[in-house]
Ligand binder design. Structure first.
Ligand SMILES: [Fe+2]
Ligand SMILES: [Fe+2]
Length: 378
């Protein structure tokens, strides 16, 4: 039996980045005196930066009706810059999440779209979904951050429709699916509270036959049983993407797992945040990211070690690595299936081959349409 683990698709309105959490990567812009409109249509607009003695070049930017910034172009020929932004706008409108869900693109259409718009995360997710469909695993598990800001769950369901219809798609939430839309960048009217996002997640989970809480245990067959943990409990501090697993719920899940004898059973745990850190070789290329950690990892790790697990899988970091402490389970960090891997570049997903309650092998599966495309938010 093959189980495919995908993580962090981050689908959004048009395939851009909506819920940016990192400072310095401000994507949503407000009206500002430095910029004047030069084109407007259907809520989208192109603005020109006012010239100054220091700025000789023309700089234009493209913004959608949500205030999301899609591109900035600078140069000497304004007409050519406008044409370039209009082409980008046409491409982004063609990758509106609901449009892609209604007419799911084939490989040729995805390839053509990516040739013009290689960082478009909606197209990149479609590429990953096609690859998984072709591979026909028995189960598909998505390890959180399905969406960038709770927009586009329909595209996830459409992309993974064969598994969804067969009742073989399971998902846990990530911080982007559940934490309130960060202030400052997104216009107030479009921001969602944590409560609103929990409701949206609950509706999505119900379609999958899962509880809204994100904490549950499921038997997959071939002796494999999986405990899904919800690690998306935000700190009081805004802008932090850190998480926490409530110990009461973890203990309940551990009790449920006790029902399955450890003999002839492969016990797995899935959660969005990482319990163990990157191996040192990843440092430098994938630096430590403040505000990303599991805040109670010191309590969660010994609890997991006591649960006689075969493997623990996480997403969140967009970095792929495996780590097996002596006497402990295999820890597998799964990179983003759409954006890619911060340390090695191209997106991939993970497969576990399970037979007779034993883990036979762990595979890193490349996504052919995204080979050579690297990390999208690098
Ligand atoms: Fe993510
Ligand atoms: Fe995350």
């Amino acid at each position: 039996m093959h189980i495919a683990f995908l993580s962090d698709p981050h689908v959004s309105h048009y395939g851009g980045r909506v819920g940016a959490l990192r400072t310095g990567r401000r994507k949503v812009v407000q009206e500002h005196d430095d910029w004047v409109g030069v084109w407007k249509d259907g809520g989208w607009r192109i603005e020109r930066r006012k010239p100054s003695a220091l700025r000789r070049e023309v700089t234009l930017r493209l913004i959608d009706e949500n205030g999301e910034l899609h591109g900035v172009r600078s140069g000497n020929a304004e007409t050519a810059l406008i044409d370039a932004l209009l082409e980008l706008q046409r491409g982004r409108c063609a990758t509106f999440h609901a449009g892609l869900a209604e007419h799911f693109p084939d490989a040729a259409a995805i390839r053509e779209g990516l040739a013009h718009d290689p960082t478009n995360v909606n197209l990149r997710f479609c590429a990953a979904a096609l690859e998984v469909r072709r591979a026909e695993p028995d189960w598909v598990v998505v390890l959180g951050d399905l969406t960038d800001d709770s927009v586009g769950f329909g595209l996830i369901l459409e992309g993974l429709r064969p598994f969804f219809e067969a009742g073989r798609l399971l998902c846990i939430p990530g911080n982007h699916d559940l934490y309130s839309t960060p202030p400052l960048w997104t216009p107030n009217a479009l921001r969602k509270t944590e409560r609103e996002k929990r409701e949206l997640w609950g509706g999505f989970a119900a379609k999958l036959g899962q509880p809204a809480s994100g904490m549950f245990v499921r038997e997959l067959g071939e002796g494999a049983v999986v405990a899904f943990l919800d690690s998306c409990y935000p700190p009081r501090l805004s802008f932090s993407a850190s998480g926490l697993v409530p110990m009461k719920q973890l203990n309940e899940v551990a009790e449920e797992l006790e029902v399955f004898s450890s003999e002839g059973t492969l016990r797995l745990v899935c959660l969005h945040h990482h319990v163990v850190n990157l191996p040192p070789m990843g440092l430098g290329r994938a630096p430590w990211q403040p505000g990303m950690r599991l805040r109670n990892a010191e309590q969660v790790l010994p609890a997991l070690l006591g649960m006689k697990l075969g493997a623990v899988l996480n997403g969140h970091r967009h970095v792929g690595y495996q780590f097996k402490p002596a006497g402990g389970p295999l820890f597998v960090s799964v990179p983003s299936c759409s954006l890619g891997c911060r340390s090695s570049g191209d997106p991939y997903y993970i497969t576990l081959d399970v037979a007779g309650g034993r883990l036979r092998s762990v595979g890193e599966q490349p996504i052919s349409l995204l080979e050579g495309m690297g990390y999208a938010w690098g």
